[in-house]
Design a protein around this ligand. Structure first.
Ligand SMILES: [Ca+2]
Length: 235
């Protein structure tokens, strides 16, 4: 993939330049915000994430055409969602080959600095994960920090920066409540494009009562038994 393939016209190039300058300003603002405390579990191991969640589906992006106009409706297994280039004047995505000739395609923003917004998850989706990293003009993965911002339907936010982001570095989140959005963005002004692969959407695991919970119920049961005996004795 060549540099020219990212910019098909002068208009796109100018739009891109404007987007980069805007993104730089946004990053400065975001860096000053503290991460809000929220209820979620963090995973950096793919297998551990899949073992902790309930039913899940994966969107490999391997079916993408070279350019996809967003927002685009996607499926991760049986779970529908939308992907969009947030605040992008051009809502386009590129799919990139992991290696030349490979059938493993990635989803990437076309305009550096816009980021990719994942949203519109089904009501049962509480977990999200995948491989989030940056790519250069040619679609090659580069070493650059990736910012993630996830929010559940109750407005609880989790933000983090992946400093070791790469196509093989997994990151996943499991919320206590339904997932609302995940925003993936780059802070680097060095023309790095936010990229994702193998997006996983998951339900929470079905919880069975733990023995400790059963014993907590015991005093209540004893009280009920006591009252029943007292009623009988009063007859
Ligand atoms: Ca892929």
């Amino acid at each position: 993939m060549t540099i020219l393939s990212r910019f098909r016209s002068l208009t796109m190039w100018l739009t891109f330049r404007r987007a980069v300058s805007m993104a730089t300003a946004v990053v400065v603002t975001a860096a000053a915000l503290p991460s809000a405390a929220s209820a979620q579990t963090i995973f950096t191991d793919f297998a551990s994430f899949l073992g902790a969640v309930g039913p899940y589906g994966i969107d490999t992006f391997d079916d993408l055409d070279q350019e996809v106009e967003g927002p685009v409706a996607r499926l991760a297994g049986g779970y529908g969602y939308a992907a969009a280039a947030a605040a992008a004047p051009l809502n386009l995505f590129f799919s990139l080959e992991a290696t030349p000739g490979s059938s493993d395609l990635w989803l990437s923003e076309e305009t550096a600095g816009t980021g990719i917004l994942f949203s519109g998850f089904g009501g049962s989706v509480r977990g999200i994960g995948g491989f989030f990293f940056g790519t250069d003009f040619g679609g090659t993965a580069v070493n650059a920090p990736v910012h993630l911002r996830a929010e559940d339907v109750q407005g609880k936010v989790y933000q983090t920066t992946l400093n070791q982001a790469s196509p093989t570095a997994f990151f996943g989140l499991l919320f206590d409540h339904q997932l609302a959005t995940l925003f993936v963005s780059m802070s680097s002004p060095d023309l790095v494009f936010a990229t994702a692969n193998d997006l996983v959407l998951a339900e929470g695991a079905t919880r069975v009562p733990e023995p400790a919970s059963v014993w907590l119920l015991a005093p209540g049961a004893a009280l009920l038994l006591h009252n029943a005996r007292r009623r009988r004795s009063q007859r």
